[in-house]
Write a protein that binds this ligand. Sequence first.
Ligand code: SAH
Length: 289
Amino acid sequence: MTEKISLAKETKHILQENGIILNKNLGQNYLIDDFKRKKIIEYAKLTKKDTVLEIGPGIGTLTIELAKKAGKVIAIEQDPTIFNILKKRLEKEQIDNVELINGDAVKVDFPDFNKIVSNLPYQISSPISFKFLKHDFDLAILMYQKEFADRMNGKVGTKQYSRLSAMLYFKADVKFLTKVSPESFIPSPKVDSSVVELKPKESKIADDDYKIYSKVVKALFQHRNKKARNALIDSRHIIGFKDKKELKSILNNLEDGNPRIKELLLERTINLSPENIMELSILLKEHIN
Ligand code: SAH
């Protein structure tokens, strides 16, 4: 019987054998915690009907386990050296249901998939998450830097409530699953990590409304402690105004005609819920471009 070697030993061995020194700038922190790996795979509830997208497979720590359970895995790895190591490893293990793509996941087109499972390179957390949400899928199990995951799920009025929380609110349900500590990776990052579940919302809001909402959110969260009215005036360029006086006079007129606008504009950004901001966006719609 062959002795089962630990994931940590196996990972170090593969890296050493190939003379790899991991590159922090590429977010290369490789999972060496077998228990957390099992949890991540379990959370994804895979069947042979699933096609899984994985961003940043590295040397295949998650990929190989995903391939055993899913019908197909599409894995996008940017680093060509790591890509080649994984390619050879899959060949050696005779795993033939993985489509490997060498490229920048933020830029390449995604083939069809219905689930996503990734220990993400943290430097692309924001653009890759918004890219995911442009696609339809059933479920995503994703590892992020803990602070980022907290902001994804930030509740109104708290320190974590942010542009990111407001932007995700109408697109997906975000659920915290488990924390992962720095020792679970090589090299150890300086930060804690969190695994979260992301599920696209069933009811979608109109693209036009979301576009306006995005601008208002961006403008407001540049001044999270200011009253909405002042935040919008200070960030007027984001909502298409050059002239301060012009925006002020529009806001004055709107406030005179509609007490609800006045009420919303008097609140501080961090106390406006996503619904409040959406309401404000729709009330301001015809003036924003
Ligand atoms: N999933 C592996 C590796 C995680 S580290 C594990 O859990 O051990 C993140 C991986 O993403 C690295 O291999 C890094 O090279 C890769 N990567 C970094 N930026 C990328 C990008 N823009 N597109 C695709 N892969 C990227």
